[in-house]
Write a protein that binds this ligand. Sequence first.
Ligand SMILES: Nc1ncnc2c1ncn2[C@@H]1O[C@H](COP(=O)(O)OP(=O)(O)OP(=O)(O)O)[C@@H](O)[C@H]1O
Ligand SMILES: [Mg+2]
Length: 272
Amino acid sequence: MTSQTRMAYPTAIEAIDLVKDYGRGENTVHALRGVNVRFEKGRFTAIMGPSGSGKSTLMHTLAGLDSATDGHIMFNGADITAMTDNQLTLLRRKKIGFIFQSFNLLPMFTAEQNILMPLTLAGDKPDRAWFRQLVRTLGLEQRLNHRPNELSGGQQQRVAIARALISKPALVFADEPTGNLDSVSSAEVLGFLKQSVKELDQTIIMVTHDAVAASYADRAIVFADGRIVADEANPTAEVMNELLMAERDRATRQAAAEAEAMPTASGPRHRR
Ligand SMILES: Nc1ncnc2c1ncn2[C@@H]1O[C@H](COP(=O)(O)OP(=O)(O)OP(=O)(O)O)[C@@H](O)[C@H]1O
Ligand SMILES: [Mg+2]
């Protein structure tokens, strides 16, 4: 990348040597193994990679929902790994929207109340025109008075999307936002996210298992075993599928090589 393109897109958020371990001792899971990545303002990035490779962990850690084991996260000129819980809560409320893989809707509240919750918590008035636009685009007009357990998975997902976007946050994390949607709704949601990046100058970081969904993004990153293994500008579905298959082949070969090198019960196999 040239310094000129770098100047055109200032940094929205950056991870520096980001490490996240779960557990301790022998049972430690190394979910992030020193990730260095910079996301530019006003850009839409997709993150792909096998299940368990650390995609959700990266999103939760970047958003300050989960603490980092080591490393730094620079957002708006500040290192969020050094912030207190209160500072993080305020920052998230004002600047960050998060669409959770598991929706995380509040069961006692209706769809409308869930969507407006970030504003209610912040004591802010909703922009009714924006609320109506979100509800219309996401096809939720007829479901606003339903509670989450009265909604289908896809409808809950769309409520979660509206909730993340209602306060027009500068930075949006979307963890498989189309995972429960049919292909038509999925295309609508992705088109809407892409448009909102343009119109609101938003930064979106989206995890997806769908190479077609990734092709809506300006950039796609492939994650494997807690690391970035590919970083593609203007991704197409074909290129992303090829990268994912190449990564799967590499992982299979590595597992086979490790099994080969593993000492047997009677000692290392290759020793004479
Ligand atoms: N709270 C936790 N405690 C212990 N281990 C965890 C925890 N959360 C995640 N992990 C582990 O960290 C690794 C990365 O998990 P993560 O949820 O980030 O994967 P992912 O790439 O989002 O997978 P998927 O595509 O299935 O959503 C996995 O091995 C997982 O088992
Ligand atoms: Mg995940």
